[in-house]
Ligand binder design. Structure first.
Ligand code: NAP
Length: 285
């Protein structure tokens, strides 16, 4: 659809943004549904973030996404946060309100949980392990504590202090004390007994980390496990390959990427994202 004077604008604010898949996802969805809007990626440096948010208001955008490194630093520039953004402590989606104010929310938790929904019964009362304690891990932990009642959620992180801080921040969502922190060299038992293993680190990602995995003792994987990698490029990481070779069910990060976009798209347009068109766009570009 050629842009016109009525075309609405949606933006991604990040630094860097050049490799983002979000424009491909949202523009394919606008095109498929005949929505007169365009999604662009804006490279916004940290010092310019406040001005960029003022710009979102002034331009009357349809909506915005926020990515690294602005997910936390955007919070003071917004007018209000949803409870989920408040609990996770990070915003990935900005939803303009009818009164002109900007509401920050977080769709990563919903996007993360979507591919797990068919396994929800299996996860109730299950033991789980999350590798990493960064922004994505926060959304994962929020989802696992609110969508299902896991019996144990072990955070395995190279910086235990960050994992302890995450555990403290979600303590109000964890009345049964399910969250525990383990160092890499003290997590074998937790990994072996986990039903769900989640990689929320960049290990395995295309580029410098591609040959790496968050858990190199592949003999700890087995057929009763789900191995979920948030990394989506490549589609099959070393972690997923080794887990699948030991019988585990592999889940790649692409479904979460589409899931978080679908929730943002619904908040901006009120419509369901056209999954088939989006997946076609992602595999053809
Ligand atoms: P982040 O905030 O930078 O956190 C990264 C985490 O990984 C931190 O806990 C960090 O440890 C740990 N880590 C980094 N390098 C490591 C290494 N060499 N060895 C061990 N641990 C290491 O990043 P994020 O936003 O959470 O993203 C994490 C991953 O999830 C990325 O690969 C990202 O692409 C992916 N992701 C995917 C989706 C999706 O939709 N599929 C959405 C969000 C994120 P320290 O605390 O010690 O630094």
């Amino acid at each position: 659809m050629t842009p016109t004077a009525q075309t609405r604008l949606a933006l991604l604010l990040g630094d860097p943004v050049a490799h983002s898949r979000s424009p491909a996802i949202h523009n394919a969805a606008f095109e498929e549904l005949g929505i007169d809007a365009v999604y662009l990626a804006a490279h916004v440096r940290p010092d310019d973030l406040g001005d960029a948010v003022v710009g979102l208001r002034a331009l009357g955008v349809l909506g915005a996404n926020v990515t690294i490194p602005h997910k936390q630093s955007i919070i003071p520039h917004l007018d209000a946060l949803t409870p989920v953004a408040e609990a996770i402590g990070a915003v990935n989606t900005v939803v303009p309100q009818p009164d002109g104010t900007l509401l920050g929310t977080n769709t990563d938790a919903a996007g993360f949980f979507e591919p797990l929904r068919p396994y929800a019964e299996r996860l109730d009362g299950a033991e789980t392990v999350v590798f990493g304690a960064g922004g994505a891990a926060r959304a994962v932990v929020y989802a696992l504590l609110t969508e299902v009642r896991v019996a144990r959620l072990t955070l395995v992180a190279r910086s235990p202090a960050n994992a302890e801080a995450l555990a403290d921040d979600v303590a109000h969502l964890d009345p049964l004390g399910a969250v525990a922190v383990r160092a890499d060299d003290d997590a074998s038992e937790a990994v072996q007994s986990a039903t769900l293993l989640v990689n929320a680190t960049p290990l395995g990602m295309h580029g410098a980390h591609e040959a790496e995995t968050p858990w190199s003792a592949a003999a700890d994987f087995h057929a009763a496990q789900i191995a979920y990698d948030l990394v989506y490029a490549p589609a099959e990481t070393r972690f997923l390959r080794e887990a699948a070779a030991h019988g585990a069910t592999p889940l790649g990060g692409m479904a979460m990427l589409v899931g978080q976009a679908a929730e943002a798209f619904r908040l901006w347009t009120g419509q369901t994202i056209p999954h088939a068109a989006v997946l076609r766009a992602l595999t053809s570009t």
